[in-house]
Design a protein around this ligand. Structure first.
Ligand code: AP5
Ligand code: ZN
Length: 215
């Protein structure tokens, strides 16, 4: 099964991706997590993208497409995968189509901009795994610590309000056109829109049931 999770920054893609991975046994491919890992490791790629990410702009299509092509060629992607934060522009979606990668299902998680600004202020992340918490809506068991490893949680560099608003603008300009792209794409792709306001478990139930085969 090949799935795209589409949604604004902070819509809950990363949070729901954890549940989809567990339920369907497919790997999560988060371009954002991959880029942050490259920054942390200090690789050439990381050095190239850090300033762009901190500013809230998008990394070039060329870099992203290469990164994704390498990733989906790995063995663990043979039975499918879940894209989180990719594609994010029409050229990225076209590149996927040209590479013959057919998508079974696009799940859009819809959340309005003001709710997103509030969510981002309270987000805490475990950098090693990408596990995501919220100080109020999805707290870790011990404040400031990851539930699984007990390691410290951090705030992302791009989660300051000004940058969040910039990222929302970028989403509406460059990523939202993918909604009609995937609604109208020829072939087998199913499209589901899930309202993303509500408790994490409530959204989880909606996302998982949308992904179950139609009987
Ligand atoms: P990326 O890491 O993909 O960030 P994003 O799309 O901006 O999305 P986020 O990770 O911020 O949010 P999310 O939807 O995963 O929400 P989360 O589950 O964490 O990209 C970062 C940057 O990398 C980009 O700006 C760009 O520069 C670059 N990049 C990445 N991919 C690229 C690409 N393809 N092309 C070009 N550039 C690319 O939830 C948010 C918070 O809300 C958390 O605190 C969570 O606990 C909480 N929450 C979740 N669900 C709920 C709920 N139901 N109710 C209340 N709170 C909730
Ligand atoms: Zn994310």
């Amino acid at each position: 099964m090949r799935v795209i999770l589409l949604g604004a920054p902070g819509a809950g893609k990363g949070t729901q991706a954890q549940f989809i991975m567990e339920e369907f046994g497919i790997p999560q491919i988060s371009t954002g997590d991959m880029l942050r890992a490259a920054i942390k490791e200090g690789t050439e790629l990381g050095q190239k993208v850090k300033a762009v990410m901190d500013s809230g702009s998008l990394v070039s299509d060329e870099i992203i497409i290469e990164l994704v092509k390498e990733r989906i060629a790995k063995d663990d992607c043979a039975k499918g995968f879940l894209f989180d934060g990719f594609p994010r522009t029409i050229p990225q979606a076209e590149a996927l189509r040209e590479a013959g990668v057919a998508i079974d299902h696009v799940i859009e998680i819809a959340v309005d901009d003001e709710a997103i600004v509030e969510r981002m202020a309270g987000r805490r992340v475990h950098p090693g795994s990408g596990r995501t918490y919220h100080v109020v809506y999805n707290p870790s068991k011990v404040e400031g610590k990851d539930d699984v490893t007990g390691e410290d949680l951090i705030q992302r560099d791009d989660d300051i309000e000004e940058t969040v608003r910039k990222r929302l603008g970028v989403y509406h300009d460059q990523t939202a056109p993918l909604v009609s792209f995937y609604k109208n794409i020829e072939g087998q792709t199913r499209y589901s829109r899930v309202e993303g306001i509500g408790g994490v478990d409530e959204i989880k139930a909606k996302v998982i049931s949308a992904l179950k085969p139609v009987t």
